[in-house]
Design a protein around this ligand. Structure first.
Ligand code: IPE
Ligand code: IPE
Ligand code: MG
Length: 257
């Protein structure tokens, strides 16, 4: 077994102990507010502060990509008022934070069904993506109006169009072809998934891309999550042996080779 074979999910030669890509399900804002007898939007506002802390901490630690789950396909089913608070907060945060992130060379991207976000937010997202496109620091991906099932369905539609126009044969379709049509195709898949708020589920996040992520769950509510909690998650991650289907002996042999 060669070292090249073992790379599998990793595309760079950086220190294997540092996650290249961290994905976060930022959960627990509502409960954080409830516990303080505050309305749910107060929890979402505090959640934005936590996101700011974690973005900065990831940048300092040399994480290459950070994907934050901000709003799921299913979150559209929440009360209209909460949805509008969340979208408004997202718009205002983008307006306020983009320049600072740009100064720090952060490249910002949005994944999700953007048509549903409305023209104002769409325009702002496009502006920020354009502004930060050529930055060479950390990539910050915001998943908004995103669902893993939506992602897979939109990838399948792209492949189906190629089949329909005769440039792809159904029996030629490989996993990589689908992977290339998904969101985040140009970024290595997440090494570490962090979910705050105590639930141990994926909630339709990056279903395909999380195939070999290490899953870290903490009961800390998202607005309370800080750089120390991030370090705890990364320390836990360092203790994992990522086997990608191989045996420990194979991994040892390859690291000696
Ligand atoms: C996560 O916090 C934020 C979004 C889903 C938008 P929640 O709003 O889900 O908070 P809880 O789970 O009700 O505490
Ligand atoms: C997942 O949180 C989505 C985001 C954090 C954006 P939810 O609070 O919506 O997840 P469920 O409904 O409890 O699974
Ligand atoms: Mg929740």
């Amino acid at each position: 077994m060669s070292k090249a074979d073992l790379k599998l999910e990793r595309t760079t030669d950086r220190d294997v102990d540092v996650p290249i890509h961290i994905a976060v399900v930022m959960d627990g804002n509502g409960r954080w507010a409830n516990r303080r007898f505050m309305p749910r939007p107060a929890g979402h506002k505090a959640g934005v502060e936590a996101a700011r802390r974690v973005i900065e901490a990831c940048g300092r630690r040399g994480v290459k990509a950070l994907t934050l789950f901000a709003f799921s396909s299913e979150n559209w089913r929440r009360p209209e008022e909460e949805v509008s608070v969340l979208l408004d907060l997202f718009l205002k945060t983008l307006e306020r934070e983009a320049d600072r992130l740009h100064e720090h060379q952060v490249r910002i991207r949005l994944i999700g069904e953007r048509d549903r976000l409305g023209p104002r937010l769409c325009r702002q997202v496009e502006r920020v993506e354009r502004l930060t496109r050529d930055n060479d620091g950390m990539t910050l991906v915001v998943a908004a109006s995103y669902g893993g099932r939506w992602d897979i369905a939109q990838a399948v539609r792209k492949l189906a169009a190629r089949v329909a126009d005769g440039t792809l044969r159904p029996d030629e379709i490989r996993e990589e072809d689908l992977g290339e049509c998904l969101a985040l195709a140009d970024i290595p898949p997440p090494d570490l998934l962090i979910r705050t708020g105590g639930e141990q589920r994926i909630s339709n996040f990056l279903l395909w891309q999380l195939a070999y992520a290490e899953l870290y769950f903490t009961s800390t509510l998202w607005p309370d999550f800080d750089a120390d909690d991030l370090d705890e998650a990364i320390a836990w991650y360092r203790g994992r042996e990522r086997r990608f289907g191989l045996t420990s002996e194979q991994l040892e042999q390859a690291s000696r080779a």
